[in-house]
Each structure stands twice: as structure tokens, then as C-alpha cells.
Design a protein around this ligand. Structure first.
Ligand SMILES: NC(=O)c1ccc[n+]([C@@H]2O[C@H](COP(=O)([O-])OP(=O)(O)OC[C@H]3O[C@@H](n4cnc5c(N)ncnc54)[C@H](OP(=O)(O)O)[C@@H]3O)[C@@H](O)[C@H]2O)c1
Length: 282
């Protein structure tokens, strides 16, 4: 049976991968304590002890604003960690499936970003994730880098769960209305990753994955409110009224054409997917 290593095994996406059972594959989930991706010698010992066919890297420094004050930590995990994984995967002929982000883009486009568009991150988080991508591409030939956006699910901390909580606590919630992107159900990304492995896909490379369509955080919040039947008022505000440490792209919709064509997958719209998931996020 093939061993599949999932690093960052306690995070949101890893937990969604765990939710999809498979009897034909042996998934090994490691958290930060069991396997720290910033420690090359630990990775080497682990890969020596376990033959790993695929490594799914769900480990990351994901605190976008915190990264501005802690760039060393962000680059250590998102750049050095990704590089370390690429090095051990190369040595052990393991296929690396690595997750990256729409925040590698600066948001100056007004049409969906393709895999061929040039990244230009606005903040430390995006810059550290981009460096991770670059190391993987220069070290490995057998890799899948999947850039995704606005992840949410029943697990971990995410926008949907935060909104559902605020709708219970407050009469009014202000949400920014000038950043456009595509909400993505982490369970759909987990299914896509399972599909890559099930197909034993030889189509290595860089891909985008999100649910289809686009909205603003305000539009996303309004949709969550409607589905939860809350009476809380949702008010649109500009980003300037909600200053954060990190700059965020005002537009980061990912073009899904290539991913759909190469893997022959159908992807749901963000609205349809949200309506199926909201009740499970309470
Ligand atoms: N969430 C989003 O909206 C979003 C959007 C676009 C792309 N992405 C990308 O999608 C991927 C999955 O995101 P997610 O939402 O599942 O993130 P998450 O819930 O924050 O999970 C990341 C996991 O990595 C662990 N980790 C941190 N440092 C580590 C280390 N040195 N070694 C091993 N594990 C470590 C974290 O552990 P601790 O909690 O103990 O630190 C956490 O369990 C990430 O690559 C992220 O950059 C996320």
C-alpha cells in the first residue's frame, strides 16, 4: 500500500484530507511536534524510516498579518520548510504536492490570474510562499504546486466560522467590499488532491484551484448571513476603514481553465458549495 505523508497534519486542509477515507492508501499525518518541516535532519530521518510515495505539504505559516512582524518565522516555514521538503523528496523519489496562495499576486489585474501571470506579492506571507514555490520548481521535476484562495471548512479558524460566530454575538458586522477573490471549500481542494494521487497523474507542475466565481469579503459575508438566517446587519466598508498590518491584493481571482482541462474535473461555484457547507460549520 502506498504511504502518503501529510505534513501540518492538524491544520484545516489536512483535516479535510483526513475526512476523505481511502482504503487503498496509507495516510500518515504529522503535526509540528512529530515532524517540523524546518528541520532537514528530522525530515531525512523520517523519509529514511518510511517509504513515502507522495508528500502533501499542508504545513505553513498562515497568519498573514503576523507575518509582517515575524518575517523570519514566515520565511523559515514557508520558504526553508518547502525547500527542505523538496530536497528530501528529490532524494527519495517522492512526489511533492505543495499548497500555495493567491497572495503571490499583487491584484493589479481585473481578469482571473492564470498560472502564467507574473507573481508580485504585496506582503511577507505572499513573498515567503512564492520563495517556497521557486525552490520546489528548481529542485524537483515531480511536483504539484497548487495555489488556492480564501479557504474555509468545518475545521480550524476561517472566515465562515468567524462570521457565524459574529452573527450570534453582534447586531452589526462591518466587512470590506473592495477585495475580490474566490472562496474555496477546503474539502473540494482535498478531493482534488486525492484525485491527483488516484490518477497517478503525470501532469506535474503549477496549478490553480478555487471554487468558481468571485465575490468580495462583504459579498461572502452576506451569503453566509443569508444561509444562516441571521438578522445581523452586514455593512460594506472600504479596506481603508479596516487597516491591517499586511497589504492584501484587491483582486486575486484564480483562473481555473488549465486545472479543469488537465485533470478533467468539474468544480462547483462558490455560492453552491457554501450553501452545502454552512450548516455543517455551526
Ligand atoms: N487559509 C487560507 O485562506 C489559505 C488561502 C490560500 C492558501 N492557503 C494555503 O493552504 C495551505 C493550508 O492552509 P490551512 O488553512 O490548512 O492552514 P492551517 O490551518 O494554518 O494549517 C497549517 C498547519 O501547519 C502547521 N505548521 C506550522 N509550522 C510548521 C512546521 N514548521 N512544521 C510542521 N507543521 C507546521 C501548523 O501548526 P500550528 O497550528 O501548531 O502552528 C498548522 O497545523 C497553506 O499552505 C496555506 O498557505 C491557505
Amino acid at each position: 500500500m502506498m504511504n502518503i505523508l501529510v505534513t501540518g497534519g492538524d491544520g484545516q486542509l489536512a483535516t479535510c484530507i483526513k475526512d476523505i477515507a481511502s482504503n487503498e492508501l496509507n495516510f500518515i499525518y504529522t503535526d509540528y511536534l512529530a515532524l517540523d518541516i524546518t528541520c532537514l535532519s528530522s525530515l531525512e530521518s523520517f523519509f529514511k524510516a518510511h517509504p513515502i510515495a507522495y508528500c502533501i505539504n499542508c504545513a505553513a505559516y498562515t497568519a498573514v498579518d503576523e507575518a509582517e512582524s515575524h518575517p523570519k518565522a514566515a520565511f523559515n516555514i514557508n520558504e526553508t520548510g518547502a525547500k527542505n521538503l523538496a530536497l528530501v523528496c528529490k532524494k527519495h523519489d517522492t512526489i511533492l504536492i505543495h499548497i500555495s496562495t493567491d497572495f503571490v499576486f499583487d491584484g493589479t489585474k481585473s481578469t482571473p490570474y492564470t498560472e502564467l501571470d507574473s507573481p508580485n506579492p504585496l506582503g511577507v506571507y505572499g513573498a515567503s510562499k512564492l520563495q517556497g514555490e521557486k525552490h520546489i520548481q528548481s529542485i524537483l521535476s515531480k511536483y504539484f504546486i497548487i495555489r488556492t484562495s480564501w479557504l474555509y471548512s468545518e475545521h480550524g479558524k476561517n472566515f465562515v466560522k468567524t462570521m457565524l460566530r459574529l452573527f450570534q454575538e453582534r447586531d452589526l458586522v462591518k466587512v470590506v467590499d473592495d477585495q475580490i477573490g474566490s472562496p474555496t471549500y477546503a474539502g473540494d481542494l482535498a478531493l482534488f488532491i486525492h484525485r491527483i494521487i488516484a490518477l497517478k497523474s503525470p501532469h506535474y507542475g503549477l496549478y490553480h484551484f478555487s471554487n468558481l466565481g468571485a465575490t468580495t469579503w462583504y459579498g461572502f459575508a452576506k451569503a453566509i448571513r443569508a444561509l444562516s438566517k441571521s438578522n445581523t446587519e452586514v455593512v460594506a466598508v472600504p479596506t481603508s476603514e479596516f487597516p491591517t498590518k499586511a497589504l492584501r491584493p484587491s483582486y486575486s481571482v484564480l483562473d481555473m481553465t488549465n486545472t479543469q482541462e488537465v485533470f478533467g474535473i468539474e468544480i462547483e461555484s462558490w455560492e453552491k458549495r457554501l450553501s452545502k457547507v454552512v450548516s455543517r460549520c455551526h
